[in-house]
Design a protein around this ligand. Structure first.
Ligand code: ZN
Ligand code: ZN
Length: 262
């Protein structure tokens, strides 16, 4: 089976994120400095992005939360620093269509964009608490993914994207959420995005004996079903969350010291 390399790319920072937004019923009122991440997955003939990051500072200030984004962090510039041109990206997977995960789809002109069908439908008429997350028409905005709508490929359920890369439907945070399960030389990695916002979400919850869902969710029953589906697929060390600074401790996954010797 083909093995891939995964690079987390920080495209901005939430300066003061509410921690309970990431971990349900935990740490209310506590603030957290949290990166906004996209993941570059490369292989023999593969140049793929999982998510495309957020808007710039001014748009975020006007419509979301303040964030910090240097010029080097802007997604196209950040990729350029790794020797990748925007035109080189041929596959985008959006884990979901919240603004901080799909804002820049249109900047990658040669990419086909894989999204769950139910996520696309939902994003046009979400629950009111998620209007801003989707930049939905109900508040006079236009969902950012529409700028590249002609390149969408709608998927439905669990799908093998290609050898060694699977898309796993894992609703809860949003109805059409998908995780990306990627084979590497050190085993499978799960790019979990906002299904597991922080590493500590995955550490055992003392109250319930299960990982903690995001504080932002549309359906907790489905969310726990998704968690139970993911539990056997990973030992926790191989989870790449959506907004945890600890992800950036390694530039590349698997890290050198995780590779089998010989
Ligand atoms: Zn989200
Ligand atoms: Zn997010």
């Amino acid at each position: 089976m083909e093995c891939y390399t995964i690079r987390p790319i920080c495209v901005g920072w939430f300066a003061e994120a509410e921690k309970s937004n990431f971990a349900y019923q935990k740490s209310a009122g506590e603030k957290l400095s949290a990166p906004i991440l996209m993941y570059l997955v490369t292989g023999k003939d593969t140049c793929m992005l999982v998510d495309t990051g957020c808007c710039g500072e001014a748009w975020a200030r006007a419509h979301h939360h303040p964030l910090l984004q240097t010029e080097e962090m802007q997604p196209v510039n950040a990729l350029k620093l790794l020797g990748i041109a925007a035109e080189d990206v041929t596959i985008i997977v959006n884990t979901h269509l919240h603004w901080d995960h799909c804002f820049n789809n249109h900047l990658f002109p040669n990419a086909r964009i894989y999204v769950q069908k139910r996520e696309v439908h939902y994003s046009l008429n979400p629950v009111p608490t998620q209007y801003t997350y989707y930049e939905s028409p109900q508040i006079g905005l236009s969902p950012p993914w529409l700028r590249a709508a002609s390149r969408l490929v709608l998927v439905d359920g669990d799908v093998s994207l290609q050898d060694g890369i699977d898309l796993l439907l894992t609703p809860g945070h949003t109805p059409g959420f998908q995780c990306v399960h990627v084979n590497t030389k050190a085993g499978r990695y799960l790019i979990a995005s906002d299904c597991v916002g922080l590493v500590e979400n995955w550490e055992e919850n003392q109250t319930w004996g299960l990982p903690t869902p995001s504080g932002i969710h549309v359906n907790l029953e489905e969310y726990y079903h998704s968690i139970r589906k993911l539990l056997p697929l990973t030992d926790g060390a191989h989870i790449l969350p959506g907004h945890d600074p600890r992800v950036l401790e390694h530039a590349v996954y698997p890290p050198e010291d995780a590779l089998p010797s010989g």
